[in-house]
Write a new protein. Sequence first.
Length: 357
Amino acid sequence: MKRIVKWLLRIAMVLVVIFAVFLALMTYTAYNPSEKEILHTNDKVLPYSIDTLKILTWNIGYAGLDADMDFFMDGGIRTRQSEEQTRKNLDAIISFLRENQDIDFCLLQEVDIKSRRSYKIDELSAIALIMKKHLAFFALNYKVELVPVPITNPLGAVESGVAVFSQYNPCQAVRHSYPSSESWPTRIFNLRRCFISLRLPLAGGNELIVVNTHSSAYDNGTQRQEELGYLRSFLLAEEQKGSYVVVGGDWNQTPPGYPESKGTTYFKPLAIDEIYMPVGWQWIYDSATPSNRFLDDRYQEGITQTTILDFFLCSSNITRLNVETVDLGFANSDHNPVILTCVLDRKLENNLEVELR
């Protein structure tokens, strides 16, 4: 009996040591980006005479969260689709983007470049091959050598991020790290949330700022509030400069005034406060069509919970012409794409001047 106890103690000690070494290695190799990282600069870009813009935002769910998929973090049990289905999803996503190449800016989230969950398919390169009119800008927000949960079928290695495909060459593209209050060791296995900003000079001296954001999801709301505060400071600084600002992305929150969803055990999309931004800023979304479905089970139309998490925020000097959530039935992602058509108000002012003359 004593021998059995001794062996059990030894085994337990070995397991503790292995776990400690694992945590140490993961901590040492953890992805820790700077607050700001320059992705692109070009000081020779001439000012653009931009009037009307067409912008798409779409969380493509790394081509793994199609209508037949559930996900363990949302109350489901699975970590990934089959490789065959993942490739079919990516082909469908690429086909949609190919048909919409007239869009000026494509803001994509959850684009994998080397992840177990998407069979190490370089989705960024695959999409870039067909977006021949666009320049690609990419920022990592999830880079972990091994996500060890769930224990029976770990998520494994993840390398993923947010991407902007732009028909315009910006004078600057920047990755901005969101603040994080997560504690160790949870933090080393989670995302490093961020947003990308593209800065384009405009004729007349002002600038157009296009932002792609992807906020936190599985927190009690505190983390998302910190991220909103950080983004707000950036936006207000641009407003003071007279910039034209468009923010799109997966906010993992509902827009102000939109009914809150029940959510799942692990994910509840809280509503953004109506006083978050000053008067004049506009929340733009298609209230008639959901942009997201919950992943606690496979998608069943009319049964599965849906909501709006993907939308735009525009400064007061931009006018919405149209916004549409394209209902793809969540066939290849747990999000539907949203397309905004808007106009910089200076065009309206110029037209008014012509009419008065």
